[in-house]
Design a protein around this ligand. Sequence first.
Ligand code: MG
Ligand code: ZN
Length: 391
Amino acid sequence: MKRLLKLTLGLIIMANVTANAQEDYKTVHTKNEYTVEKKHPVKIYTEDELRFKKRPKNIILFIGDGMGVAQVFSGITANGGMLNLQNMKTIGFSKTQSGDNYVTDSAAGGTALSAGTKTYNGAIGVDVDGNQVTSILEYAERNDKATGLVSTSAITHATPASFIAHQPQRDMYEEIAADFMKTDIDVFIGGGADFFTKRVDGRNLVLELNEKGYKVGYNVDDVAAYSSGKLAVLTAVGHNAGYRDRGEMLTKSTSKAIEVLDNADSKGFFLMVEGSQIDWGGHQNDASYVTGEVLDMDKALAKALEFAVEDRRTLVIVTADHETGGMTVENGDMQKGYVKAGFTTGHHTGIMVPVFAFGPGAEEFQGIYENTEIFEKMYKLFRFKEADKDK
Ligand code: MG
Ligand code: ZN
């Protein structure tokens, strides 16, 4: 009996370690300075190159988790004074307060952006009473659009999860992975393979994905030749490595997702791309981590902007779920790509975050508004009917 108890306790502790390993980025080890290793190219489009149609057929939403104005300016400074982001001339601010807290977490922040609902911290695609709320990705699916998610964390982590799953708590990673099976998402690329295969319920979701017709890969390079049809790429067992060690994963994944979605037999597409680890650099008060991640997301953004300019019917939005670290830029050197930052906390803050928009409908994103408005604006711009909204 004693042995059994010990074994059970051991298993519980092991399970906890696995769950907590998903959150171990929250340890502070302050690093205030960053100097860029290699500045990346920036393409600034002229007015003549930008001839958009009136309405967007496609929306690409970038979420820089934890990306406030200081994080953005740290990236601008490090890259010599310019980012691809600066092509996005329509700018607004989003108020990030959650349904139960002045300071949101990424689950409530994600649900506000995805479904236009203020909910409690920790909630994934459910409202304050625990009722499911429909996300823009799910509405897009219903309206015959192709859909996709790309993330540098596990694809089951709070931000991407809130676009596709409905669970009362964000750490229910296996339940969240199972929720992917209930949808017809066309492409998803991110970490978290273990939540699909090493499951308490014994299901092997990779086999189920195969049965549903998905091509499943484990590295975005392995699926380079795959340009249409359902695609799932589980790029890490848990989270992906930080920007220094994961190479061009985010840029390649963004390009691949756009290619697959553009080739889908559908009436346009919705794609969410997350730069997840800007937040983790903020939690750690690590200016180098934050800035490296911002630069990485800007490289991926370049691919989306390039597509949008060519396509003319694609709206690109860049925003954040909240700010992390209470970061500021104390000093810097544009020429050297040097940044000196300061942090006021190892947690999220309540300050509003920027919203950048580019393409047809961009003008809707001016002003200061609640984070839930971003969902409403996307819903309206997609011309989905008000009457078709779930109550
Ligand atoms: Mg996130
Ligand atoms: Zn965070």
